[in-house]
Every structure is written in C-alpha cells, then in structure tokens.
Design a binder for this molecule. Structure first.
Ligand code: ADP
Ligand code: MG
Length: 406
C-alpha cells in the first residue's frame, strides 16, 4: 500500500512543458559579509527552559505499520516516540504526498524522511530510487549513517556522492547499484554531467536543510539537478526556516504539497547568551583558555573566521593540554570525519570550526558555544549558537566583542 509503484499515476497532474525560470536568479546569498552586529544582540537570557510544554505525539511508531525488521532497527536505536515532525510527516510521506517539513534544528527531521522511505524501498531492486540532497558533506554523511542504521538487514544500499573524495572511486561504487543516492549538489551535478549517474528511475527527491543549501549558493545546481529528474516523483523539502527563495523552489518543484510546521521557539531562545570583552587576539586567547580550563565547559564548540585561524587556535588549545580538534575546509574528508567523531565521543573537549564546516552538524550535548571571531551575519550567529541548547537543554553562548563597544 505504501510502495512507490502502487501510487496512482495520476498523482502528479500532467505538467509536461512546465517552465523553469532557472536563468536569471543568481545565487541568493542572504548574507552581507561583515555587516556590523551590535553587541547587545549577543546578550540574551534563555527564555525557554526545560519546562517548555512537551509535544504529545498522536502516533506511536507502531501506528505506522513498518515492516518488522525496520521496527526492530528503530527499537534497537532506542527511538520510542516519534518527534513532532516525525509524528506528522511520516504518514503523508508513506502515502506518496509531496511534503514541506519545517522544524527546528535537532528535532529529528532525518528520521522523519529516512524511515518512511526505507519502508517504501524494501524489496525493490538496487537502482537509484531515492535522491537525497544535503548542503554539506558532513550532513550527507550523517544522513547516510542514519540510513544504514535503520536499513540494517534489509538489503538496501546507498551511495554517498560528495565532494572532497575520489570521483573515480565514486563512479565505480555507483556501478554496483544502490537504492539511495545521498549527495551534495555540486558533486551530484558533476557526476550527472559526466553521465555517470542514472537518475531516470528516481521516484523520490529529498532536499534536506533546504535553507542552508540556498544560503550556500547551491540554487542553480539544485535547479539543474531537479530538472533532469523524472517529473512524476515525490518531492520532500525539509528546512528549519522558510524563506522567500525556498517558496520559489517549492512553487516550481512540488505538486499539491502539504506543509507541516512544527517550529517552536527559536533555538536561540534556549541559549543563555553573553559577551566577552577583549581588544586583542592575545586577550581573547587568555580568556578563552581560562574558560576552557573550568570544569563546566565540558564540550565546547569554538567558532573562528578563517580556515587557517581555526587550525592555529585548535593547535594552541591542544598545546596547553586541552584536547581539541579543528574542522574547516582545508581538511580532507577523512580528517574532518575523524575530528567530528573525536568531538562527538568526547575524546576531544573542544572543537574549533568555521561556519561552513559546522553547518547542520548534529553534535549532541554541546555545553558551550564560543564565538572567538564574530559571525559575519546575525543569521550565522543563530546557526552557530543553535549547536547548543538542543533537545530541551539550555545551552550557553559567549561572543568576543571589542571593549570600546562597552
Ligand atoms: P534535525 O535534522 O531536525 O536537525 P536530526 O535528524 O539530526 O535533527 O536529529 C537530532 C537528534 O535527535 C539525533 O541524534 C537523532 O538520533 C535524535 N532523534 C531523532 N528522532 C528521535 C526520536 N524519535 N527519539 C529519540 N531521539 C531521536
Ligand atoms: Mg537535519
């Protein structure tokens, strides 16, 4: 009943010749580099505490009628109740509807689409049936990890198609045949241009973190990829925020979609935010080290501006005897993964990152976010501090500002 091939062919009305206005819209970067942010914007008491009303799921996972192995994998993973977005999105996705899912970061959007898609893929031949696009390599990897966990024992295969890895190896891997392709727009486009990826059988397209993808200037790649997919397909957009440019894409590429918004208070409202005054880099370093040495800074994410600066800062922290890793664009993919893993499993207390490298990463239990360098935009700021204060916990964020602003 929930198989792709059982969906009525009429679901997508005849839209042959739909026009895409792909040419004129430039990469819509919403950021203005270096726009001044008044320090008062970095000071906020968390207004949402752990007593925030808990969402009451209308479904249990059992209600979705997943096949027993999938249900077993869910149990093994320890998911007992669907999160709000899962509660509301899984059924329509099973039914083949186009869905726009809006939910705060850290609320389980990945499983909201991965679970029903696995259910629908069971028993199908290993050809690309689901295409998932994500803004960064790390995110694609996280989705792939989650897919693997939930599809264990089901003989479902996935391919990770991201930059920074050997493209020829990817091409060879793709020849083996997979049900799911998970990738970043740039590398996907590249492989499509080389004719090395066959997306003619894609029955479902997922855009994860659509807002981030647009922020990162992927709009043209996304458009050109979607234009090459079969028109008769299911399309799912997941995002933490909805912007005008996402609306445009929704209008272009989704059909009779349903929109599910379970956004609650902004993550930033769960985070205690304050500033630290320092005029020179040395002053900043001194204060930073003092903070990192205090026991409450159990798991701290430090943001820096440049790849080089981030690496140097991490090396400095490490030299002082505090375990630290760095994540930035100059690192190879395996290096980035190793760093992320060390931070996730608490081998490293500190991770120093650039904005792009840290985008969308799911790192549980970050106690503090420190903005060693100020973010370029307030939007970046909100994303940075969203790494803490997740899953009902209150987090802390500190931002260095020059003293003469006092
Ligand atoms: P988002 O994509 O919305 O930012 P993720 O899908 O990355 O969120 O999920 C955030 C965290 O919550 C992950 O560690 C995930 O394993 C966990 N999680 C998701 N759904 C559930 C659930 N139903 N029960 C318990 N934990 C969950
Ligand atoms: Mg996500």
């Amino acid at each position: 009943m929930t198989k792709y091939n059982s969906r009525a062919a009429s679901r997508r009305p005849a839209t042959a010749g739909r026009k895409f206005s792909g040419s004129s819209r430039r990469n819509q970067k919403s950021s203005h580099r270096g726009a001044y942010i008044h320090p008062s914007k970095f000071i906020n008491k968390a207004t949402i505490t752990t007593t925030e009303t808990v969402y009451e799921s209308k479904h249990t996972f059992k209600d979705f009628g997943f096949q027993s192995i999938l249900q077993h994998n869910l149990d093994k993973k320890g998911f007992t109740k669907p999160s709000a977005i899962q509660d509301q999105a899984i059924k329509p996705i099973l039914e083949g509807k186009d869905v726009v899912g809006l939910a705060n970061t850290g609320t389980g959007k990945t499983a909201a689409f991965v679970l029903p898609l696995i259910e629908k893929l069971i028993g199908r031949p290993p050809q690309p049936t689901v295409l998932i696009m994500a803004p960064t390599r790390e995110l694609a990897l996280q989705i792939n990890d989650e897919f693997k966990i939930f599809s264990q024992g089901l003989r479902l295969f996935s391919a990770l198609v991201v930059g920074g890895t050997d493209i020829n190896r990817q091409i060879r891997e793709l020849k083996r045949g997979q049900h799911v392709i998970i990738g970043t727009p740039g590398r996907l486009r590249d492989l499509m241009n080389r004719g090395q990826i066959d997306l003619s059988k894609v029955a479902c397209l997922v855009l994860d973190e659509a807002d981030r993808m647009l922020d990162m200037g992927f709009v043209n790649d996304i458009r050109s990829i979607i234009q090459d997919l079969p028109e008769k397909r299911q399309t799912l957009f997941f995002s933490a925020t909805i912007t005008q440019s996402i609306r445009v894409l929704i209008d272009e590429f989704l059909t009779d979609h349903i929109e599910i918004s379970v956004r609650t208070a902004d993550t930033s409202e769960r985070v205690d935010q304050d500033v630290l005054y320092a005029n020179t880099k040395e002053e900043k370093l001194e204060q930073l080290i003092a903070l990192l040495q205090s026991p409450e800074f159990e798991k701290t994410l430090v943001f820096g501006e440049t790849k080089f600066g981030v690496q140097r800062l991490s090396d400095h922290i490490e030299k002082i005897g505090i375990s630290s890793v760095a994540i930035h664009g100059n690192k190879s993919q395996p290096q980035r993964q190793r760093a992320l893993r060390a931070f996730k499993d608490n081998t490293a207390k500190v991770m120093v990152a650039t904005d792009v490298a840290a985008r969308g990463l799911d790192i549980p239990n970050v106690t503090h976010v420190i903005n060693f360098d100020q973010p370029m935009t307030y939007e970046d700021y909100v994303h940075r501090i969203g790494r803490t204060g997740r899953a009902g916990a209150t987090g802390k964020a500190l931002t260095f500002v020059p003293r003469n602003n006092q």
